[in-house]
Write a protein that binds this ligand. Structure first.
Ligand SMILES: Cc1cc2nc3c(=O)[nH]c(=O)nc-3n(C[C@H](O)[C@H](O)[C@H](O)COP(=O)(O)OP(=O)(O)OC[C@H]3O[C@@H](n4cnc5c(N)ncnc54)[C@H](O)[C@@H]3O)c2cc1C
Length: 300
């Protein structure tokens, strides 16, 4: 397909062709996208989804790329980036309205500045608000499901939907977004007024805990595995003697065994094999089955 001719002069945002996706993922891994569009406005997103649907082109959504592993062959069709360009924040009393591309850290800082509490625990999660809502991301006992009031979504054929928290079917690192193939456009957080100093103290505490325990300077997708019922992935991996375990550029982090990291030029295939090796060693030695939290996308 002649993508360049097809997308020429279209008002969808920033359009690129054969773009390397490793530059859009925190793992630093992945082949190219046929077309990549960084949308800025909701109307562009709606028009682009409809355009792709009409032309039989698959749309794949990426946020800040902190929970994905893109395959070495890359992604066919159109990758839509909903990240820092799709970034509006406003306040109505204690309701914080945030566009999906806004980083969770930025939305959190905005809430603290306005003396609103509720986001301190999740402020260090490095994803976009859209990615966080889709994944029902959470930290230190707070998940998106605890602070979201409602979500504005778009279906793949461009229909706009408004769902309350209860309609989102939030569960551990999952939401209706994946079941119904929806796109998060905006989220409203319901927060509470509190003393600003107290909020900053909490924020500092959670930031320090994260910085001291996680390899934030390494290429990773955070915790590679979901928390298994009755234990912790990092604890099990450590107990199996895998702290620092390496294969080529793939490694179990020395700092946090739940993080599998790319030390340089690991391919997706190598990382997938490494993830499978670590989980099968854990299963043989402990009986716990580790389920992947990181999403693998692209042509295999
Ligand atoms: C150092 C580090 C620490 C982390 N700590 C945590 C943590 O404490 N808790 C936690 O839960 N996670 C954590 N993560 C994982 C990750 O940050 C979260 O899952 C985050 O919510 C992913 O957001 P993202 O924008 O990066 O999504 P991406 O990685 O870009 O995408 C993840 C999935 O969400 C979908 N998606 C993204 N945006 C949208 C949208 N607008 N609409 C619909 N679907 C969308 C994508 O299609 C993909 O399937 C960590 C990751 C790293 C690298």
């Amino acid at each position: 397909m002649d993508y360049r001719a097809l997308y020429e002069n279209k008002d969808f945002g920033i359009i690129k062709f054969d773009e390397k996706l490793k530059n859009y993922t925190n793992f630093g891994i992945g082949g190219s996208a046929d077309v990549l569009v960084e949308v800025k406005e909701e109307y562009q997103l709606v028009d682009l989804l409809k355009f792709n649907m009409e032309n039989g082109i698959e749309s794949t959504i990426l946020g800040n790329g902190t929970n994905i592993l893109v395959t070495d062959k890359g992604i066919r069709g159109c990758v839509i980036i909903i990240s820092k360009n799709y970034d509006r924040i406003s306040l109505d009393g204690n309701l914080l309205k945030v566009s999906a591309g806004s980083l969770l850290s930025k939305a959190s800082k905005f809430s603290f500045k306005n003396s609103l509490t509720g986001m301190e625990e999740v402020s260090g999660i490095p994803g976009s608000v859209g990615g966080a809502v889709a994944m029902n991301a959470g930290a230190y006992g707070v998940e998106m499901k605890d602070i979201i009031k409602s979500v504005r979504l778009i279906s793949k054929d461009g229909e706009i939907l408004e769902y309350d928290n209860k309609d989102m079917d939030f569960s551990y690192r999952h939401s209706r977004v994946f079941d119904d193939d929806l796109i998060v456009s905006e989220a409203i957080f319901e927060l509470k007024k509190d003393n600003q100093e107290k909020i900053y103290e909490k924020f500092d505490d959670f930031t320090n805990r994260r910085v001291s325990k996680q390899p934030l300077d390494k290429k990773s997708a955070g915790s590679t595995f979901k928390r298994p019922l009755g234990s912790y992935a990092s604890k099990l991996i450590d107990e199996c003697g895998l702290r620092g375990y390496k294969r080529g550029d793939c490694q179990v982090s020395e700092k946090h065994c739940g993080f599998l990291i790319n030390n340089g030029h690991a391919s997706c295939e190598e990382m997938i094999n490494f993830i499978e090796e670590v989980s099968s060693i854990v299963f043989e030695k402990t009986g716990f089955k580790l389920e992947r939290e990181v999403k693998i996308i692209g042509e295999r």
